[in-house]
Design a protein around this ligand. Structure first.
Ligand code: NAG
Ligand code: NAG
Ligand code: NAG
Ligand code: NAG
Ligand code: NAG
Ligand code: NAG
Ligand code: NAG
Ligand code: NAG
Ligand code: NAG
Ligand code: NAG
Ligand code: NAG
Ligand code: NAG
Length: 849
């Protein structure tokens, strides 16, 4: 009895309690739905259809980006990253009063931050970075007492930081207002936020001093770079931040102690900050001597940026105690003493910038001990003596800048061992001797080699032609002799060649015309002779040419670059003639001789051909007919070939990189073992998909060639068309039209629930694919077996037409005769070419048919 009573009581308690509560939350969920639908209405563009399922038919908790609490009473999270939404950050969102997280990141929301957001009393995090919001930060944010994280960076918020923002902030951990237009002082009240550990305010217009109250916080991360903050370096503060990891103060108006003459107090104060990883104090004109005061406790320091200051003295030995140091930047200071050899024992040092100082000493031999060094910039000093052989030990070195010094002696052949080098600048020194042949060991040089403005002599080494990847070669202003060898066309990636101001002789080789990426060619001030190769006019990329002050002769060719250059490209070549203003016209007499010669040839030709035709007639007309007909087919073939070239426009790596925002990960639309596919827009507005192949996988070049071969020959409504391709030694990409509706796979199995394809659409897609395959098998100029047909290889365009793509593993039946069809039936095992380790069921279906 007691038991039943208890049960009844319990039931009463449970229901009595939960009934009204249940009713109320349900009502709230309706409000939440109404608010979200209202928000959707203010969105004017949703490029990826991210909010497609935000409609009356779908439960609000199933909306993309929306999350409810466990009992589905309230919406607690609205999280939309990189959706490209355009529209107002609507105040209506403030009706989602149960919200814990509001994160709409990297879209194009505009308007102000609605003051009504102060209704979001349960909010933990507001992250609205990377939008187009303007206006000021509402005072009413003081009501958000549960806020942990507030990130508004990369908008255009102006005004000052309201002190009230920090009046109710006992739970605040992280504030980030970087890259806005905020101004005024950082309010003292910020010290109220007892557990605030990360402050990012970089790239604004804050003025005044750092607030003293910051000493009451335990900061790990302070980033106020690129503002107008003044005052002394915060030596009083750092002692109270034992957990400090990042201190970024660069590009403000701060000064060192004792009216900008003494760095020691600040450096000494850092001795308790043993966790510090990044110390950035660049671009402030900080004055003082660099001494042994950097505390040896900074054993975690990885980045030390002190460039663009007025620091003088030597590089102190104590730096060698910062054993984790990775980047040391002392560019543009007044350093004038010695470089302690000890710093070259730093085991992790990867980038060392000492450029634009007043160093005078010889280069220390000890540099060769810094085995992890990738970048060494000692340019624009007065370093003297020779280049140490030990540099050859730096096998990881990728960038070496020794230019603009007083270095003498020869270029050490050991440099050829730095096989990862891709930028080499030894220009503007006093180097002598010849260019060492071993330099051809530097085959990896991809970006540039510059040894201009030295005293180098000897012949232009033919080994240069082995630099297949180099983009810029500058050997100008030396005493180099010999000729430009035809093998120069081996530098297939080169875009700039400057051999000017040397003693080169001989002719300019025709093979230069094979350099398809050449943009600038300067051989002025040499002793070159002979004719100008007409093939130079065939290089479409060539925009700068200077052949001045040589002994070139003959007629300046026409076409390409020759139609746009002026006489400034041909100065000081008295034997040149042509139609360019300022260059002497090719003389009449010569023309007359030409004309007479032509006449004689013409008469001869007519005579001989008459004779021949008579002979032919005698021998037999049939032969002649055969010949004529074969000539016709040849002509047709030629026409087809030129059409092919004009159909597939040339595209450079640079254009592709620009079109895809530098192969930005945010543009990635797919990836696989073959490589990545990026979405992009060409300069003329064509939306494209760029398929970049991984070059590590051994088969990829083959696969690329195969796909090019297949794609360029076929044309069908249901097969993807190629716009063009880009093929460099270390970069291969196909440019395809961008398909708005993605792949069939994504439509069949979307990440958000079930597919929205109707039965009619499905049938249409099936028949599209079937038509595409039928064409491949029976009607295309080359017969092709796709071998990798699967939903992810079927793309959908804007009107939902299916197009089959990805011919990377296709098999061509080149000798498509009667036999080929038999072949298909008999040895299907031979034809199973699917991607390694995976053959979609689709393949089997096709082959069974
Ligand atoms: C937001 O809430 C207010 C007050 O509850 C209500 O009047 C208004 O209609 C709501 N707006 C929407 C779009 O739900
Ligand atoms: C909503 O989501 C739940 C759980 O994820 C699922 O069971 C349900 O079918 C979905 N409803 C709709 C209409 O998509
Ligand atoms: C702090 O937040 C609470 C809860 O939102 C609010 O009631 C109170 O008025 C706020 N205090 C100030 C000073 O804004
Ligand atoms: C940012 O706002 C300021 C005014 O507050 C305006 O002058 C400026 O043009 C805006 N910048 C951008 C990029 O919209
Ligand atoms: C630091 O906090 C203490 C105690 O809350 C307070 O008395 C003091 O004024 C604060 N210091 C600064 C500089 O804000
Ligand atoms: C470093 O920490 C010790 C003990 O925690 C403290 O006594 C000392 O004052 C601190 N030094 C500085 C420069 O803040
Ligand atoms: C480096 O650290 C060691 C041990 O902490 C210390 O004995 C030595 O003096 C330091 N060297 C310099 C140059 O500061
Ligand atoms: C080093 O400083 C120079 C000069 O300001 C700058 O160009 C370079 O980007 C800096 N490098 C790093 C890694 O900070
Ligand atoms: C370095 O420069 C400072 C300040 O200009 C000067 O006092 C000092 O004598 C110079 N040292 C050397 C070795 O030139
Ligand atoms: C050397 O040549 C490269 C490539 O043209 C160029 O980027 C670099 O600025 C040149 N160096 C100097 C010191 O002019
Ligand atoms: C080539 O080098 C010479 C001298 O070093 C220089 O005057 C000229 O501008 C350079 N040409 C190009 C195209 O950079
Ligand atoms: C080519 O070089 C010569 C000599 O250096 C110079 O006078 C002329 O202006 C240059 N021509 C062009 C087009 O830059």
């Amino acid at each position: 009895m007691v038991f039943l009573q208890t049960l009844f009581f319990l039931l009463l308690v449970t229901f009595g309690h939960s009934f009204p509560r249940h009713h109320h939350p349900f009502h709230s969920l309706l409000t939440d739905r109404a608010a979200l639908l209202e928000f959707r209405k203010t969105i004017v563009s949703d490029p990826f259809s991210s909010l497609a399922n935000w409609d009356e038919a779908v439960p609000v908790c199933n909306f993309t980006g929306v999350e409810c609490d466990r009992s589905h009473n309230r919406v607690i999270r609205l999280i939309l990253y990189d959706k490209g939404l355009v529209g107002l950050l609507s105040p209506v969102l403030s009706n989602l009063t149960g919200l814990h997280n509001l994160e709409i990141v990297r879209s194009h929301l505009f308007g102000i931050i609605p003051p009504e957001f102060s209704n979001l009393r349960r909010i933990h995090s507001i992250i609205i970075e990377g939008n187009n919001l303007h206006g000021s930060i509402p005072d009413s944010f003081s009501m958000l007492s549960k806020l942990n994280i507030l990130v508004v960076k990369e908008n255009n918020i102006s005004g000052s930081l309201p002190p009230s923002l920090f009046s109710n902030c006992t739970l605040l951990n992280v504030v980030d207002f970087s890259s806005n237009s905020l101004s005024g002082q950082i309010p003292e009240e910020i010290g109220n936020c007892k557990i605030l550990w990360s402050i990012s305010l970089y790239n604004n217009q804050f003025t005044g001093h750092l607030p003293l109250s910051l000493t009451n916080l335990s900061l790990q991360h302070l980033d106020v770079e690129y503002n107008y903050l003044s005052g002394e370096l915060p030596s009083k503060f750092v002692g109270s931040w034992p957990y400090l990891l990042y201190l970024h103060l660069s590009y403000n108006n701060m000064v060192s102690h004792d009216s900008n003459t003494n760095l020691d107090p600040f450096f000494t104060a850092l001795k308790n900050n043993s966790n510090l990883e990044e110390l950035e104090l660049a671009g402030m004109g900080l004055g003082g001597r660099f001494t042994d005061t950097l505390p040896s406790q900074l054993t975690n320091l990885r980045t030390l940026l002190l460039q663009e200051n007025q620091i003088f003295g030597s590089i102190p030995r104590s730096l060698a105690n910062l054993s984790r140091l990775f980047i040391l930047n002392l560019t543009s200071n007044l350093l004038n003493g010695t470089i302690s050899s000890d710093i070259f024992t730093l085991p992790w040092l990867e980038q060392l910038f000492l450029s634009q100082n007043h160093f005078k000493s010889p280069l220390p031999e000890a540099i060769g001990k810094c085995l992890n060094l990738g970048l060494l910039d000692l340019s624009h000093n007065q370093f003297s003596g020779t280049i140490p052989d030990s540099l050859g030990n730096l096998v990881r070195l990728n960038s070496l800048f020794l230019n603009n010094n007083l270095l003498s002696g020869t270029i050490p052949p050991t440099l050829g061992r730095c096989s990862n080098l891709y930028r080499l600048d030894l220009s503007h020194n006093r180097l002598t001797g010849s260019i060492p042949l071993k330099l051809a060991g530097l085959r990896e040089i991809r970006i540039f080699i510059n040894i201009s403005h030295n005293h180098l002599e000897g012949d232009l080494p033919i080994e240069l032609s082995k630099l297949e990847k180099v983009q810029e070669i500058d050997l100008s202003s030396n005493y180099l002799t010999g000729s430009i060898f035809p093998q120069i066309s081996g530098c297939i990636a080169v875009s700039m060649i400057n051999f000017s101001n040397n003693l080169l002789q001989g002719e300019i080789p025709q093979s230069l015309g094979d350099l398809r990426n050449l943009e600038s060619f300067d051989v002025s001030r040499n002793q070159l002779s002979g004719l100008i190769p007409a093939k130079l006019g065939k290089i479409e990329t060539l925009t700068f040419l200077n052949l001045s002050f040589n002994n070139l002769e003959g007629k300046i060719p026409s076409g390409g670059i020759f139609n746009s250059v002026s006489n400034l490209s041909f100065l000081g070549n008295p034997k040149l003639c042509g139609k360019i203003e300022g260059v002497s016209l090719c003389s009449q007499r010569r023309r007359w001789i030409h004309a007479r010669l032509l006449l004689i040839i013409l008469i001869l030709v007519i005579f001989v051909s008459t004779l021949l035709s008579i002979i032919f007639c005698v021998i037999g007309c049939k032969h002649l007919k055969v010949m004529i007909s074969s000539q016709r087919t040849e002509a047709r073939k030629n026409a087809a070939r030129t059409e092919l070239i004009s159909n597939f426009p040339r595209i450079t790596y640079k254009e592709l990189s620009e079109a895809t925002g530098g192969f930005d990960n945010q543009r990635l639309v797919g990836s696989g073992s073959y490589g990545h596919v990026y979405r992009g827009v060409l300069a003329d507005g064509t939306p494209i998909a760029v398929k970049v192949l991984h070059l590590q996988s051994g088969n990829s070049t083959k696969s690329f060639n195969r796909e090019c071969q297949v794609l360029k020959r076929i044309r069908h409504r249901n097969l993807i068309r190629i716009i063009t391709a880009c093929s460099l030694p270390d970069f291969k990409a196909l440019v395809l039209p961008y398909m708005v509706n993605g792949s069939l796979e994504c439509r069949l199995y979307p990440s958000s629930g079930s597919s929205d394809l109707s039965i009619v659409q499905r049938v249409n897609i099936c028949s599209d694919i079937a038509e595409g395959m039928a064409y491949l098998h029976h009607h295309s100029p080359v017969r092709v077996i796709h071998c990798d047909l699967k939903p992810s290889n079927c793309l959908l365009n804007d009107d939902m037409t299916a197009l089959v793509s990805d011919f990377g593993v296709a098999r061509l039946l080149m000798s498509a005769g009667v036999g080929a069809t038999d072949n298909m039936g008999n040895s299907s095992a031979n034809l199973l070419f699917g991607s390694i380790g995976y053959i979609a069921p689709g393949n089997l279906c096709i082959l069974q048919n």
